[in-house]
Design a binder for this molecule. Structure first.
Ligand SMILES: Nc1ncnc2c1ncn2[C@@H]1O[C@H](COP(=O)(O)OP(=O)(O)OP(=O)(O)O)[C@@H](O)[C@H]1O
Ligand SMILES: [Mg+2]
Length: 415
């Protein structure tokens, strides 16, 4: 994976997938057994952490309680025997960026959680490093403050223009913060791209299920006479999609992925738009109105849910049984104008153009090739590593594990 100068990159993935380990390797706190880590073109595998010019902010930051904000922020510089005038200048500048100027002479005990968090960032900023590494710096904050600090971090990064690698397991945080997101699973890179690319063109089941909330719905489907037979009904298959499916040599059984917003109350779909999808009846179990949207949950006689290693892990990680394929509940986002009622039957519409089709054996998104211009590979910016992602189809014999190994660029160094 390549990270450009000044870029804001997010590492995201389930607990235990290796995010902190990756960050520690970049910082030099963890030895690298294999591969190369380059900073500014130079291999730094053997370089000591202090010689890498990188500042790290950890999840649990400890401020010195007996020191003022000013002293806390300048402490590392003082240890480094930096002249006092320079320390003052740097601390004042960092305080300005972080909006801490009026709190410089307070002790940490008299600060709010968000202010303390900013002091911890200030300690990193004064060192003027060539890159910042942040390991879930906001996870100690309550939900509201976290949202506020998220915007702050974005603003600070843009103001400083310093390269930043930021770890989180929160996909919403990932989508809102960075220029590019790297999705990891079990120590392997799954896909790297802009939030939009990951959302619209997920390369495999894992990325598709991980990015987006509520998650993408996964339905078992079979390819029959040019149609996709799903529990919702027979979805028409465009010529392009048909070619992609044939080219992928997937079996007759596939997994269809539909995002909640690709459904609509059929009564609200214009006659012109209707032929782009199919209408079906569903019994609405639960309806949640959020004012701007309405979410409806329904089950459709799905005799047997979708089984795939990726989906099981997603379900485990989120602690929910209803993540995508592991459950038989489908969630749809409808326009607020819908007249659909909880506990009643409703006629819904699904946009057949927006569906994704996955190979259950490899987890690969077979429908990406349907654009006909081979963009599947370029969706992963910076992605020499992920070029292998599209090639994973060449070896489907080994099942999911092999497919991923080929696609995950696990043997490409993080630079
Ligand atoms: N020193 C170690 N020795 C052996 N295994 C380790 C060590 N440190 C971490 N691991 C394992 O390596 C894997 C990756 O750990 P890591 O801390 O990088 O995960 P993470 O993605 O940061 O997870 P989280 O979101 O929970 O912080 C985990 O399975 C963990 O148990
Ligand atoms: Mg971690």
């Amino acid at each position: 994976m390549d990270i450009a100068d000044g870029e804001f990159v997010i590492l995201v993935g389930p607990s235990g997938c290796g995010k902190s380990t990756t960050l520690n390797m970049i910082a030099g706190l963890e030895d690298i057994t294999e591969g190369e880590l380059r900073i500014g073109g130079q291999v730094v595998n053997q370089k000591a952490p202090k010689d890498r010019d990188i500042a790290m902010v950890f999840q649990s930051y400890a401020l010195y309680p007996h020191m003022t904000v000013r002293e806390n922020m300048g402490f590392a510089l003082k240890l480094a025997k930096t002249p006092q005038a320079t320390i003052d200048e740097k601390v004042n500048e960092a305080a300005r960026v972080l909006d801490l100027t009026q709190h410089l002479d307070r002790k940490p005990a008299n600060l709010s959680g968000g202010q303390r968090q900013r002091v911890a960032m200030g300690r990193a900023i004064v060192r003027d490093p060539s890159a910042f590494l942040m390991d879930e710096p906001l996870s100690n904050l309550d939900a509201k403050l976290r949202v506020q600090m998220r915007t702050e971090v974005s603003r600070i990064q843009r103001r400083l223009g310093t390269t930043m690698v930021y770890v989180t397991h929160d996909q919403v945080e990932a989508l809102t913060l960075g220029d590019r997101i790297a999705v990891m699973r079990t120590g392997r890179l799954q896909q790297v791209g802009s939030p939009k690319e990951l959302y619209e063109r997920p390369e495999n089941l894992f990325v598709a299920g991980f990015i987006g909330s509520p998650a993408m719905n996964f339905l078992p489907a079979t390819l029959e006479e040019g149609k996709l037979r799903t529990p919702l009904g027979d979805l028409p298959v465009s010529d392009q999609l048909r070619r992609a499916l044939e080219g992928a040599q997937a079996g007759r059984t596939v997994i269809v992925g539909v995002r909640p917003e690709n459904f609509e109350d059929a009564a609200l779909v214009s006659a012109d738009a209707r032929p782009n999808g199919i209408t079906f009846r569903a019994s609405i179990d639960v309806l949640e109105s959020l004012g701007s949207d309405v979410f409806v949950y329904f089950t459709k006689d799905i005799e047997q849910g979708v089984n795939a290693a990726e989906l099981e892990e997603l379900a485990r990680d989120s602690g929910r049984a209803d993540t995508g394929g592991s459950g038989d509940t489908v969630v749809a986002r409808l326009d607020a104008a819908t007249g659909v009622r909880e506990g009643q039957d409703a006629e819904l519409w699904v946009d057949a153009r927006a569906i994704h089709v996955f190979d259950p054996a490899t987890g690969r998104n077979i429908s990406l090739g349907a654009d006909g211009d081979g963009r599947a590979g370029t969706a992963t910016a910076g992605g020499t590593g992920m070029a292998g992602g599209t090639a994973s189809g060449t070896d489907v014999s080994g099942g999911a594990e092999t497919g991923r190994a080929a696609g995950a660029a696990g043997d490409t160094p993080v630079t």
